[in-house]
Design a protein around this ligand. Structure first.
Ligand code: HEM
Length: 121
């Protein structure tokens, strides 16, 4: 069965980029132990879109859904979740304490059709 890719797209205001990266540097690291987890990358934009991609790859849709409803997910989002819902309005979340570092989040979902790595010698 094909793996699935789930990309959380975070829109991050310029003054919060450092804070976001700091949070990921200090992230819970629980996703690594979740069943069916295959890959994670935090991708920083090199243009001025302000959109960071949280790339994750899973063995199956069910494995991703299990992680999303797990305590591991909750703990991995302890700071991100504090005092907000998704897509909150302006004037919130731009402090450097708790609360979200992003001003919006959007989930992209894909199935892996083909993939390749370097040829082994
Ligand atoms: C409202 C939606 C979301 C926001 C604002 C958000 C933001 C964040 C932030 C700021 C962190 C760093 C840890 C922290 O500050 O607590 C984090 C961790 C993480 N996020 Fe999200 N996130 C959201 C939903 C999702 C979704 C749907 C995925 C699925 C691709 C995802 C994937 C991850 C992963 C893999 C980590 C690392 C967790 C670990 O190390 O165990 N996030 N997220």
């Amino acid at each position: 069965m094909a793996s699935v890719v789930k990309i959380n797209v975070l829109t991050v205001p310029p003054e919060m980029r450092e804070e976001l990266e700091r949070r990921f540097a200090g992230r819970a690291g629980m996703v690594e132990s979740s069943d069916g987890f295959e890959w994670f990358e935090l991708l920083r934009p090199v243009d001025d879109s302000g959109r960071y991609l949280v790339y994750t790859r899973w063995r199956s849709e069910a494995d991703f859904e299990r992680w999303q409803s797990s305590q591991a997910f909750q703990e991995g989002h302890a700071k991100a979740a504090q005092g907000h819902g998704q897509g909150h309005g302006h004037g919130q979340g731009h402090g450097h304490g708790q609360g979200p570092a992003s001003s919006a989040a959007e989930l992209w979902a894909f199935e892996v059709v083909e993939s390749a790595g370097p040829k082994q010698p």
